[in-house]
Ligand binder design. Structure first.
Ligand code: SAM
Ligand code: SF4
Length: 365
């Protein structure tokens, strides 16, 4: 039965809910054949290639209070910071100098006018940097349609907004009552309407999460027809409500990594042409976690190029790696690690997903 699912998936067949559940519940021995099938699909659709996005964590001030996140507004232990426009642009220059091709501006959610203007101006200045124009992805939470439109016009062309948990019930357990599931879904639709390539994703290995939830997450990505996916294992942060309620939850790194990798493989098999990120959370669980993500079907890595001094203030979860590593060291290590698994970095390219190209060819917005 597993062989039949894998054969069907490799031939581009549809994976139903029960097929996804089967893929997500394989034991470690069976997982090897799932991983190999997912990797073959990646090689066929994308090649042994990795796209990079230089990651700039622009600030940790956030109006939200998600129960799992270390920089939630209710965490008094956090030293808050905001990069200035000049600091953001200076960090972006690193992406130009390293020929990364594109970058991501990520941060806590703010929607006040000075913030909206800051991002708009920074995006315009980054687009105007001398050299090859960078592709710009934003990951700045829920905003109004007008704000999304302004930032799109300034030059950002991709936006990442994880649904976090596509099950309405699970979402409600992970967020305060005033964080609305429907608003988040509506924001994903607004982003598409504002002309972005849209990315979403979830955390895997969360308290209360079932394998049906995880299969449902992949079905959610597919129904929304997103262009890119950024998923990562949930990792405890002690100074959060979820961390306090379940202090030992997810403390088994091998198990958390296993779930994260199964999600990448099953997503690649269900959506062959999307961009899938191999996220920092995988690397937190295992030193070679990001490489293993690539060998399981992911094709994007986001090396941090932000301001070193503030890395320790952007602790979403515990033991986040790279907080004392400068951009140059990170680049050298990454090149070596990617070369060692026989893959090649696509320098100087925006690295839009093939899925986006197909979608626009079909004339679907
Ligand atoms: N504020 C924006 C938002 O939430 O969309 C972007 C920044 S937010 C820090 C980026 C991602 O971090 C979230 O989408 C969430 O999935 C992830 N994250 C937060 N806390 C986490 C945790 N404890 N373990 C793993 N990932 C976490
Ligand atoms: Fe804020 Fe994003 Fe963290 Fe939620 S996940 S508290 S929106 S930074």
């Amino acid at each position: 039965m597993l062989d039949e699912i894998l054969r069907r998936a490799e031939q581009g067949g549809f994976l139903a809910h029960r097929d996804l559940v089967r893929l997500l519940t394989v034991d470690d021995r069976e997982f090897e054949s799932v991983r190999e099938a997912a990797y073959r699909v990646k090689l066929r659709e994308i090649g042994p290639l990795v796209s990079l996005r230089g990651l700039i964590e622009i600030g940790n001030v956030c109006r939200k209070n998600c129960f799992y996140c270390g920089i939630r507004s209710g965490n008094r232990e956090v030293r808050r910071y905001e990069l200035t426009e000049d600091q953001i642009v200076a960090a972006a220059r690193i992406a130009v100098d390293y020929d990364y091709g594109s970058l991501v501006l990520q941060g806590g959610e703010r929607s006040d006018a000075p913030f909206v203007e800051l991002i708009e101006r920074a995006v315009r200045r980054i687009k105007a940097l001398p050299g090859k124009p960078l592709g710009i992805t934003l990951s700045l939470g829920e905003q109004s349609f007008e704000t999304y439109r302004r930032w799109r016009e300034a030059g950002a062309h991709r936006y990442l907004l994880r649904i976090e948990a596509s099950s309405r019930e699970l979402y409600a357990k992970l967020h305060p009552a005033d964080h609305s599931y429907d608003d988040r879904v509506a924001a994903l639709h607004m982003l598409r309407d504002a002309g972005y390539q849209v990315g979403t994703g979830v955390m895997s290995g969360l308290p209360w999460q079932t394998v049906d939830d995880l299969a449902g997450d992949i079905e959610f990505f597919r129904e929304l027809d997103v262009d890119m996916i950024g998923m990562g294992p949930y990792i405890v942060h002690h100074a959060t409500p979820l961390g306090r309620e379940f202090p030992d939850f997810g403390r088994d790194p091998a198990k958390q990594l296993g779930i994260g990798l199964r999600m990448i493989a099953a997503t690649r098999l269900a959506m062959p042409t999307v961009n899938i990120a191999s996220t920092t959370a995988l690397q937190t669980l295992s030193a070679d976690g990001r490489e293993r993500g690539l060998l399981t079907g992911a094709n994007v890595i986001m090396p941090n190029i932000g301001v070193l001094e503030h890395r320790k203030d952007y602790l979403l979860y515990e033991n986040k790696p790279g907080t004392d590593e400068n951009a140059d060291e990170a680049r050298r290590k990454l090149e070596k690690a990617i070369g060692a698994i026989g893959e090649t970095i696509r320098y100087g390219e925006w690295g839009d997903s093939h899925h986006f190209a197909e979608r626009t060819k079909k004339g679907v917005k």
